[in-house]
Design a protein around this ligand. Structure first.
Ligand SMILES: [Zn+2]
Length: 290
């Protein structure tokens, strides 16, 4: 077992359970014409309508708290759901307004999208402490935009498998890194149009993989940042696998389950590795462009 300075006393690893409530924006951000496809839209609406209540029930039964990242567009249309989640003790996180990748925007566009979501959360009355980029597609400006607005953390970048700091001109923010291997999208996402994936994997296999990752995180002192989507993991056998995964984490006895904000707050006085956040300088002509 490895002990690392960032870990709470007695912990071998930390788990954050995060749910990205993308709903319709999960496909509209890829292609607005998806709005013409009733099956695809209802496939996404299953997330907030059925998946979220089912997941809330599991979290409540196990008495654990999670972080639900909402695009502002989704929260604006479902303020009662946002309030219900917050009142159950969970955290609401900022997941852009439109879910359009920030990496495809100018800084001005990204700031307007970011602030539009903040305004939605302010109107609903839920506090916002952190951000996750749509599709994790943060831009080279995203950490600075987060810091300028006084939020404390991001959860989009993948420079480590433990928390670290990202330097910005407005001071550093905490990065709580996710990873593709702990995302249900790569396991369960199937939709012919817009094509968001071609995967319908056995939840028992997914559970096995994620349990192994919990165990390995305990060995290396890592952050188990689970990223699930209610429109995917809200389906029955997948929801049961999630319940069993949380049971495995609880049984370990040395892996506290914290909301992203709880973890970021605990780390505010801890010395963490600090990363610069700059686009690599490229020599003209060295690498091909397409
Ligand atoms: Zn998302």
């Amino acid at each position: 077992m490895t002990t690392q300075a960032w870990l709470p006393r007695g912990a071998a690893a930390v788990a954050c359970l995060t749910f990205d409530v993308d709903a319709e924006t999960g496909i509209l951000s890829a292609d607005a014409s998806a709005a013409d496809h009733a099956m695809a839209i209802t496939h996404q609406q299953f997330g907030p309508d059925v998946g979220v209540p089912r997941i809330l029930g599991i979290l409540g039964d196990l008495d654990v708290r999670a972080t639900f990242f909402f695009p502002g567009w989704v929260a604006e249309r479902r303020p009662d759901l946002v309030t219900r989640i917050a009142e159950a003790g969970h955290e609401i996180g900022h997941h852009s307004y439109s879910h359009v990748p920030a990496s495809s925007m100018t800084r001005d566009q990204e700031e307007r999208d970011f602030d539009r979501a903040l305004e939605v959360f302010r109107r609903i009355g839920v506090p916002i402490h952190g951000h996750r980029a749509g599709l994790w597609e943060a831009s080279w400006s995203t950490p600075a935009i987060i810091a300028e607005r006084g939020l404390s953390y991001d959860s989009s970048l993948m420079g480590r498998d433990t928390p670290y700091r990202v330097a910005t001109p407005k001071g550093s923010i905490v990065e709580l890194p996710p990873h593709w291997s702990l995302d249900d999208w790569e396991q369960y996402a199937f939709l012919p149009f817009p094509e968001i994936g071609q995967h319908i994997k056995n939840p028992a296999d997914v559970l096995s993989m994620w349990r192994a990752e919990v165990d390995a995180m305990r060995r290396f002192g890592g952050l188990f940042m689970l990223t699930n989507h209610p429109f995917l993991t809200g389906r029955p056998a997948r929801a049961v696998a999630l319940e069993q995964l949380i049971g495995h984490i609880l049984d370990a006895g040395d892996v506290p389950i914290l909301t992203a904000h709880e973890l970021a707050a605990q780390l505010s006085e801890v010395v963490l590795p600090e990363h610069e956040h700059t686009r690599p300088e490229l020599e003209t002509g060295l690498f091909p462009t397409h």
